[in-house]
Design a protein around this ligand. Structure first.
Ligand code: SF4
Length: 400
C-alpha cells in the first residue's frame, strides 16, 4: 500500500514533472514563436516603410530626414544606386561627366585649430610650418594655366596672426593672372572675422572686392555640433559654417558643399548634415555641387578607426544624390577612392569627376595619394560610357 501510494505519488509527481516540462516546452515554443512572429512583423514593417520611401523617390517626391535615415540603415546598395542613377539621368539627360582643371594651393599649413582628423597642419610653434611666397604662388598658377587650368582652389590653415590685408593682397596678386579664385572655406572666413574684429559680411565684401570669386565647401566635415565639439572644438560651429555660406550666396557668390564622413558621427548626424545643406539650398540656391568623401584616418588622432569601405562610400553617395533634390551636381571623390571606385560612382549618383587636382596636399598627408592626369580622367569617363566635358566652377562647359 505504502509502495502503491508511493507508486501513485511517484507517478503523480512524474506526471506533474512531465506536465510542467511540457508546459515549459510549450511556453518556450510559444515565446520563440512570439519572438519569431514579432521579428517577422518588424521585418514586414521595415519592408513596407522602405517600399513607401522608394515609391516617393521614384515619383520625384522629397523625402524626410527620417526617411533618409531609414534608407541609410536598411537600404539595399543596388536599389539605392538604381534610384540615384535615375535621379542623375533625370537631372542630366546628356551623357556628360564633367571635370574642372585646377590646382589646390595651400598657402600655409600653419594652423591654430589642431583638428583631430587633420594630418596636414603644423602647430604655430612647429618650425616645419610655412607660408607660400607670392613667387611660389605665381609659379604654381603659371603651371596650372599651361595645363589648361581655369581655376585655383586656395585654402590654408588658420594662421595665428596674418591680417586680413595679407589675404586681400594675395587675392589681388593671383587675380593678376586672370584665373578664377575658388578660395577660403567657411572656417577660414570665420577666422579672418575673429582676427580682424569685422563681421563675416564685411570680410566677404572685402575678399570679393580683392578678387575672390567663389567659396569651397571645405571645413563642413559633419554639420553637427556634437561631432564638431569632439573632433575640432576650435573650428567654427555648424551654424557659423552655414552662416558664411548663406552670406556668400546672398552676396551673389556660388559655393560648393562637402561632407567628410566615416569617423565618429552617427547615421542620424549624417542626415542632420544633409538636411542643413538642403534647407540652405532651399533658401538661396547658391550651392553648385555636393562632394561627400570618406575620412582618411592615417597620420591623424583617429588612425585606429577603420577606413570607409567602397560599399559604405557608394551607399552614402547614392543617399546624397537622393536626399539633395535641390543640388544639381554630385561629385565623385577619386582622390580618396581611386579611379576604379570613382568610375563605378558614376552609376551611384555622381555626374562630376571633380578636379584634376594638379596638386593636392591635404588628403596626401593622410597617406592617400591617387593621381590622375586630365587624359586619364577622360579615358575613365569614356570607358564608363559617358562623354567627358571640361567645365568651370559654375558648371559652364568649356568649349572643345
Ligand atoms: S583641417 Fe584645416 S583647420 Fe583643421 S587643423 Fe587642418 S588645416 Fe587646420
Amino acid at each position: 500500500m505504502i509502495k502503491k501510494t508511493n507508486g501513485i505519488n511517484n507517478a503523480a509527481s512524474l506526471l506533474q514533472k512531465e506536465d510542467s516540462l511540457r508546459n515549459g516546452r510549450n511556453q518556450t515554443n510559444k515565446s520563440s514563436r512570439t519572438s519569431r512572429a514579432s521579428k517577422t512583423n518588424r521585418t514586414n514593417k521595415t519592408k513596407m516603410k522602405m517600399e513607401k520611401i522608394i515609391k516617393k523617390v521614384e515619383s520625384g517626391q522629397r523625402i524626410s530626414a527620417e526617411e533618409g535615415l531609414q534608407l541609410l540603415r536598411d537600404g539595399d546598395l543596388y536599389q539605392l544606386g538604381g534610384l540615384a542613377d535615375t535621379i542623375r539621368k533625370r537631372l542630366h539627360p546628356e551623357p556628360h561627366v564633367t571635370y574642372v582643371i585646377d590646382r589646390n594651393i595651400n598657402y600655409t599649413d600653419i594652423c591654430i585649430s589642431a583638428c583631430k582628423f587633420c594630418a596636414f597642419y603644423r602647430a604655430p610653434e612647429d618650425e616645419r610650418g610655412s607660408v607660400l611666397s607670392f613667387d611660389e604662388l605665381g609659379k604654381k598658377i603659371e603651371e596650372t594655366q599651361e595645363l589648361g587650368g581655369t581655376q585655383i582652389l586656395l585654402q590654408g590653415g588658420l594662421h595665428p596672426d596674418k591680417p586680413l590685408e595679407f589675404y586681400e593682397e594675395m587675392l589681388r596678386f593671383i587675380k593678376g593672372y586672370g584665373i578664377h579664385i575658388h578660395g577660403f572655406s567657411p572656417p577660414e572666413v570665420c577666422h579672418f572675422a575673429n582676427l580682424s574684429g569685422l563681421s563675416v559680411k564685411e570680410v566677404l565684401i572685402r575678399l570679393r572686392k580683392a578678387g575672390l570669386d567663389s567659396i569651397p565647401g571645405g571645413g563642413a566635415e559633419i554639420l553637427s555640433d556634437r561631432v564638431r565639439q569632439e573632433t575640432a572644438p576650435r573650428k567654427c560651429s555648424a551654424d557659423a559654417w552655414i552662416g558664411v555660406m548663406e552670406e556668400a550666396h546672398n552676396q551673389g557668390m556660388r559655393t560648393t558643399a562637402t561632407m567628410m564622413f566615416g569617423h565618429i558621427e552617427t547615421f542620424a548626424e549624417r542626415l542632420e548634415h544633409l538636411e542643413r545643406v538642403r534647407s540652405l539650398q532651399d533658401r538661396t540656391g547658391g550651392f553648385t555641387a555636393f562632394i561627400p568623401w570618406p575620412f582618411q584616418p592615417d597620420n591623424t588622432v583617429y588612425d585606429h578607426l577603420p577606413k570607409t569601405t567602397a560599399f559604405s562610400y557608394l551607399k552614402m553617395l547614392a543617399i546624397s544624390r537622393i536626399y539633395l533634390d535641390n543640388i544639381d551636381n554630385i561629385q565623385a571623390s577619386w582622390v580618396t577612392q581611386g579611379p576604379k571606385i570613382a568610375q563605378i560612382s558614376l552609376f551611384f549618383g555622381a555626374n562630376d569627376f571633380g578636379s584634376t587636382m594638379i596638386e593636392e596636399n591635404v588628403v596626401a598627408a593622410a597617406g592617400v595619394s591617387f593621381r590622375l592626369s586630365e587624359e586619364e580622367i577622360r579615358r575613365i569617363v569614356r570607358e564608363a560610357g559617358f562623354t567627358p566635358r571640361q567645365r568651370t566652377m559654375d558648371y559652364t562647359l568649356v568649349a572643345g
